[in-house]
Design a protein around this ligand. Structure first.
Ligand SMILES: [Zn+2]
Length: 147
């Protein structure tokens, strides 16, 4: 569920692009928005421009994609300067497995969070210690302090 470029090239043949229906795309985008709003309410990303991710493409993986849950690809432009100023510039798109839209078991949101973490932390971090620490926090605690 990451930038497995080798895998992607090897398995692309005979696997059509998947656009999804209006409903599937709406559900995926709504989930992405929920994840982003949750991240914005969390303290963990206070210094990150998460709004920049609202214009990042959210789409579906080619099928069949039995193993892969999601995929984050970085933009060439964002990578040129090494560290781009915000995750939205750094990231071209995230793709998720379409079956997650229909499962409605929370896996879609967890996968989108995983891919957004790749966008936030960048190519070099991959699944490193920072990534794992943040991923383990999902679902993020956003409880209000008011009583
Ligand atoms: Zn990953």
């Amino acid at each position: 569920m990451n930038k497995g470029y080798g895998d992607r090239v090897r398995t692309r043949r005979n696997r059509p692009r998947v656009i999804g229906t209006f409903n599937e795309r709406i559900l995926a985008l709504q989930a992405a928005q929920r994840v982003l709003e949750t991240m914005k309410k969390s303290h963990e990303f206070a210094d990150i421009n998460l709004d920049s991710l609202s214009t990042t493409i959210v789409g579906f993986l080619r099928e069949p994609a039995p193993q892969l849950l999601g995929f984050c690809s970085y933009s060439k432009k964002g990578n040129q300067n090494g560290r781009s100023s915000n995750p939205g510039e750094r990231t071209w798109r995230i793709l998720v497995n379409r079956k997650l839209v229909h499962a409605r078991d929370g896996e879609l949101e967890a996968t989108i969070y995983h891919e957004y973490l790749h966008a936030v932390l960048g190519h070099d971090e991959n699944h490193g210690p920072n990534f794992q620490a943040l991923e383990s926090l999902w679902p993020l605690s956003t409880q209000e302090v008011e009583k």
